[in-house]
Design a binder for this molecule. Sequence first.
Ligand SMILES: *[C@@H]1O[C@H](CO)[C@@H](O)[C@H](O)[C@H]1NC(C)=O
Length: 983
Amino acid sequence: MRAPGQLMSSWSALLCALGVLFSLFSFGFAVKENDFKKCHQSGFCKRNRDYADKAVAQGSSWQAPYKILPTEASFKDGLFQATILKTIDEEGTTVELPLTVAFHKSGTARVTVDEKRRQEKNIELRHSSQARKERYNEAEKWAIVGGTTVDVDAKTSYVGETGIKIQYGPDSTFEASINYNPYSIEFKRDGSAQLKLNDRGLMNLEHWRPKVEKPPAPEKKEGEENAEDKKEEPAPEPVGEDESTWWDESFGGNTDSKPRGPESVALDITFFGYEHVYGIPEHAGPLSLKETRGGDGAYTEPYRLYNSDVFEYILDSPMTLYGAIPLMQAHRKDSTVAVFWLNAAETWIDITKAKESKNPLSLGKGPKTNTQTHWISEAGMMDLFVFLGPTPRDVTKAYGELTGTTAMPQEFSIGYHQCRWNYVSDDDVKEVDRKFDRYQIPYDVIWLDIEYTDEKKYFTWDNDMFKDPISMGQQLDAHGRKLVVIIDPHIKNTGSYPVIDELKSNGLAIKNKDGKDFDGWCWPGSSMWVDCFNPAAIEWWKSLFKYDKFKGTMENTWLWNDMNEPSVFNGPEVTMPKDNLHYGSWEHRDVHNINGLTFHNATYQALLSRKKGELRRPFVLTRSFYSGSQRISAMWTGDNQASWEHLGAAIPMILNQGISGFPFAGADVGGFFGNPEAELQSRWYQAGAFYPFFRGHAHIDARRREPYLLAEPYRNIVTSALRLRYSLLPSWYTAFYQAHQDGSPIIRPMYWTHPSNEGGFAIDNQFFVGSTGILVKPVVEQGKTTEDVYIPDDEVYYNYFTYQRLPTAKGQTLTVDAPIESIPMFMRGGHIFPRRDTPRRSAQLMKFDDYTLVVVIGKDGTAEGQLYTDDGDSFDYQKGEYIHRTFKLEGSKLTSTDADGRDPKSIKGGSWLKNMRNVAVDKIVIIGAPTSWADKKEVRLEAGGKQSTVKLEYFKGDASRGPFAIVGRVGASIGADWAIEFA
Ligand SMILES: *[C@@H]1O[C@H](CO)[C@@H](O)[C@H](O)[C@H]1NC(C)=O
């Protein structure tokens, strides 16, 4: 979190003041926007946009200067290798860019372009820099975990002077058509073009060149830069290339020394016939990404990925936020394809949509829209993966194979988390804990922000305020509750603090451009940053978390990693200078977007090794993230505000995380900055109850707002939302398991669940929960008493609370009642989902409660669903200690069978599984039960080879309730096979 205006150095305060002045006169509220670069202030972005403009202006006479010599190309065992020649002057001088296209068994293709001269370290660095000479090629080390086995069955269907065609993927239905001059690659599926690299010829890889010294330009005066930014006149026509930002560039008083000169990589990618693109989090904007080069409703800036501590962030903006996942999906009716741009440097992405001129042969059909994208990164190799779908599920699955899927969570971590900056003492924590109990409000975790430490020295406690952290932990533990404490990557640079001494003496800090320990400003004042790219730093970090080292922590203490972009208060754009050096002599520029991941990875590793023999799933929350973070952490959307707009903005952001492989996501409930009024807070809990990560949080200046402080009826409304979350924990846990298995989102947008239903493609304010068929449309506007919900198919839908059937309305928007005490929540026919209906204080205390099954009969009379459960804590599930059931209603029979087809006798179990033998299906609620059951009093149950009868109650329905039936006191063990016959 950030405190506005706190601890700023004088220059940034001055800049802030200037920003305020500007904003008063011209920009309204966009103060903080000016702390961060626009494309034209980022040299390589401007150069590449200019390059694109030049290409577009020249139209068909534009000649892309990249080609492959057919004699230099080869294809063997699933690998295409060639050298791309870039022509760099009129004389035809070329530089060599090695190209590899790898075709993987998983159906993805990977295109990698490097630069020979830098590969061979045959360049000179300026300013006697100690940086590496190569282009950064280790992003995969952090992001990629599988899916790269090469498909040796990939084969050519054409080899000629002009190019090569390679068939690969399932039944060879995918094709890559590599064109030699100019270089481009078109990807087809079933013979039809899906996407093309370098379609518009905007590829640009800035090759190494020596600096040619020119007579110095007249010096700029202080402040001139800012004045320049404001000018609206177009820049003068560039003569030749714009070299002004090749060798150094300044922003906000910081100068980047750029020892390797210009080195950006850029490529355009066109998606044919695709009107919607999704992904590339993290941004606060709609799920369906907007155009970025002006026009109606479009942005004028590209989407930016440069992990930053952007506090008071702006909504509906392509501005960068805290994390980066460079995965973009393109979607049209019945087809999804995607591109994953594996690059860790600052990246900008322009998006435009172009209507193709009408094809006279496409009878009746309107002209197709192509989405054109332009990817621009400051440094590194050009390295990207192409996914050809054809479904959103195929894309998320293949991306999950590459970068890993979400970890199985600690079960408590899908309950409710209570946080604020700050609970001021151990007594305060104990009191909050007691109050939750007094008001019978469930929660699982209470959090401590930075103030628990002694002067922001991590791994210490403020001994005056936290006299006895262990007794605090023990009180929480009595009801199965946990404590999360914050540990940030900046280490206070001060005397008599062993952590900083060890960091320095072991040489584990990030270095400045001169190779000295980098010193910057953060919460503790002067600080240094642990460099978790360094394996030795991870080992050291692990040592700090041992219970006997980090005194005051115990088995129920877990971790929060904040500020890991990293946030540096006096650094350029509130982060590190790009010419800082990391382990392996990589510049910070090369690795910036991965930095956050390396830090929460180190913390994850540390939690695995707190005590010998203790092997439990770590819980780590991170603010900064990259592709792969999902394997080891949860994230939240950072410092939002207590406003209705922020409540609304959170849903598309969390949906975007879900489709981008990192579904364990949430937003600060109630809003971090400001004080939500009771209605807003209530609506926020109703929405938050459907965030995969559900945490209330508040700024230090915000008033106390624990749910029990609310006046009625709001306290009751919030308590109901929390209990609803807790009753559905078995379904949430099952959804996490599915995400863990195949990368699927935990809350799912309409395009993902209904890829054929065009009406849903732009809808990003309602979602399904896992595969439960539960459809939710949270209310995010003040004073609303009705809500519009879009129905994506012609299944039957029921109100979750009243069981009343909605009018059938495929493709229509229904208006439903949504007074403050209700959540628009529906059940889709054809699904079965599990619940636990006894309210308790925490998830842990529900562990061995009996289950309720809700069967929602579909149009065709059937229903199906799953339950997955395990001990929620250890890794024993990997050895088979779990329960995974499929429930099916077919004809008149409802069955429970092992979802993985295991023989129950073959499952070796420990104590958890033994306890689960006594956990039963207690109640089955059947929504849409046929009227033919009306006279039934009992049904036959077959379980464990024995027949018995159980009671059935049928409710006809009335004005306030739809018809349903309840089978009561079933008593069948949840892990065992059973069947109920309704006939
Ligand atoms: C995390 O750290 C461990 C070292 O303890 C390392 O083996 C692993 O590759 C790192 N990265 C990720 C993304 O897990």
